[in-house]
Design a protein around this ligand. Structure first.
Ligand code: ATP
Ligand code: MG
Length: 489
């Protein structure tokens, strides 16, 4: 056998690189930020300019930068071997990120670097890469293009122009562009929250987006006193350790609406429950149960942090865009057990929010009578809503309401309930879990409750504070009252 050189066609390979991974704008930016973090950057500035419909995006860092030769090497596709061992803090793997992330968004990639005062700049233009021709900028071109910060101090500036992939149909309005940027800011706040909070590296990473500092968004809300941190667990695989740390988030009644919206994210709590997988402290996947559990209502407060070292990349099959990984078969069973235990505990958080019967100082809906070995549940006639029902209308209507309550009480489905409670208590689901519905129901009940309170706002507040179900979700109730201006903000 003899050997011939058979290299790929430059233009075709670079065009295919546009579709490596499954990048969107946030994940593409995240790949560049990974590189900046690895280079020891303290501050990273993202600048996104609309430029009359021909947008330009810059990512600038104050890391150690690259020499001219290092920059040439870094620009090369597949610049390093994915099998090479990486230092534990290295967020890279494939030697592709800077190129594939950039081409997923733009057709022209310019990188300018300053290391120990030496400036260099290189350009890949997808419209002109025949025979692997890479542009190398001279001093004047660098001076004209680079931001003043990179000219003055060591670091790297990546510039994306001809951003033809930002829109699906080729045109991008200013409003659409702004929305993309806002969305990207939110995602990055989540992806890098442990760097932004200073949890990693002993100092906070500063990340700016169009001059505004991005604050980290902790999906576990560890600062909130109602967040439950459960027992952590360490699993050994391939001689390395994976850390599993489950949390149960506060019930919505303990959160202010802003906090609730932020934690729920754009897709809400239901969608965002599950594992949050971090590779070297950087979030790669969120809100999945790896098909070990359904995205159920009762588990919507459970989020489980999983910390992977980058040495396990091959076992988890990390993808080029660092946005996906597969759960190794060796871990499946153990994780399934952990997840089952969590689901049970989370459903308790919801169910314990329900009516605790006859608690001193509160007006419950149901009363429990136990006498001489006999137990009976009745509907509390003094509850303001029940009272209003019994007092409304003419005598005939009052009589009907009273009879209705009695038949409901007598027909309480004791047998079915007992069976369910014995067989699958977690499945019983009487308590409202949806804050939007809670709010709507309260709004509907308010006029009547105000009447009961003699039309007095202070009396209304006092009534709600001790009346089910509103006293059980006081945070959410308070918000509705304040929105109406019925309680001081
Ligand atoms: N901002 C930066 N500062 C310093 N060096 C950088 C910077 N960005 C990239 N590099 C260098 O360029 C190399 C290539 O980066 P690239 O993102 O393409 O691949 P990678 O980070 O090695 O792996 P991956 O494909 O997983 O991202 C990096 O290994 C790094 O040495
Ligand atoms: Mg990289």
């Amino acid at each position: 056998m003899k050997y011939e050189s058979n290299p790929p066609d430059a233009a075709s390979l670079m065009m295919s690189a546009r579709s490596f991974g499954n990048y969107d704008l946030p994940s593409a930016l995240a790949d560049l930020i990974d590189n900046s973090i690895k280079a020891g950057a303290r501050e990273i500035a993202l600048t996104c300019s609309y430029k009359g419909g021909d947008p330009e995006i810059r990512v600038r860092d104050d890391g150690h930068g690259l020499t001219g030769q290092e920059l040439r090497d870094a620009m090369r596709p597949a610049s390093s071997n994915p099998l090479a061992e990486r230092s534990p803090d290295d967020l890279g793997r494939f030697g592709w990120g800077m190129k594939s992330a950039s081409f997923s968004q733009c057709a022209r990639l310019t990188v300018i670097s300053r290391r120990n005062g030496e400036l260099s700049g290189c350009v890949w233009n997808l419209a002109d890469v025949d025979a692997w021709r890479m542009g190398v900028l001279d001093a004047d071109e660098i001076a004209a293009l680079a931001s003043p910060e990179v000219l003055a101090d060591d670091g790297v500036e990546v510039i994306w122009s001809n951003c033809d992939r930002l829109s699906e149909n080729g045109t991008l309005t200013q409003a659409e562009f702004n929305a993309l940027i806002v969305h990207a800011g939110k995602r990055l706040a989540l992806i890098f929250h442990r760097y932004l909070s200073g949890e990693v590296r002993g100092r906070k990473l500063i990340l700016r987006l169009n001059n505004r500092k991005i604050d980290g968004l902790d999906p576990f809300y560890r600062d909130h006193k109602a967040t439950q941190q459960l027992e952590a667990e360490q699993l050994e695989i391939g001689g390395r350790t994976i850390e599993i740390q489950p949390y149960i988030l506060p019930h919505y009644s303990k959160l202010l609406p802003d906090q609730h919206d932020q934690l729920g994210g754009e897709e809400g709590f239901l969608r965002n429950q599950g594992f949050y997988v971090y590779r070297s402290h950087r979030l790669i996947i969120s809100g999945t149960w790896f098909r070990l559990l359904r995205h159920g209502e009762l588990s919507q407060l459970v989020r489980v942090r999983v910390d992977l070292p980058n040495a396990l990349d091959h076992i988890w099959k990390i993808t080029i865009d660092k946005s996906d990984a597969q759960l190794p078969a060796a871990l499946r069973n153990r994780l399934r057990q952990i997840v089952e235990g969590l689901r049970r505990r989370s459903s308790k958080v919801f169910r314990s929010r329900g009516g605790r019967l006859d608690r001193a100082g509160t007006t419950s809906v149901w009363s429990r009578y136990a006498r001489g070995g006999e137990v009976r549940y009745t509907i509390n006639r003094e509850h303001p809503v029940i009272d209003a029902l019994l007092e409304a209308g003419n005598d005939h209507q009052k009589q009907t309401a009273s009879t209705a309550l009695k038949v409901i009480e007598q027909a309480f489905p004791v047998a079915a309930f007992t069976q369910d409670a014995a067989r699958e208590p977690d499945a019983i689901h009487q308590t409202l879990t949806d804050p939007v519905v809670f709010k709507a129901d309260l709004n509907a009940a308010l006029p009547m409750l105000l009447l009961q309170a003699g039309g007095d706002f202070a009396a209304l507040e006092a009534l709600l504070r001790v009346t089910e179900p509103w006293c059980e979700a006081w945070g959410a109730t308070e918000v509705v009252l304040k929105e109406k201006g019925w309680m001081n903000a």
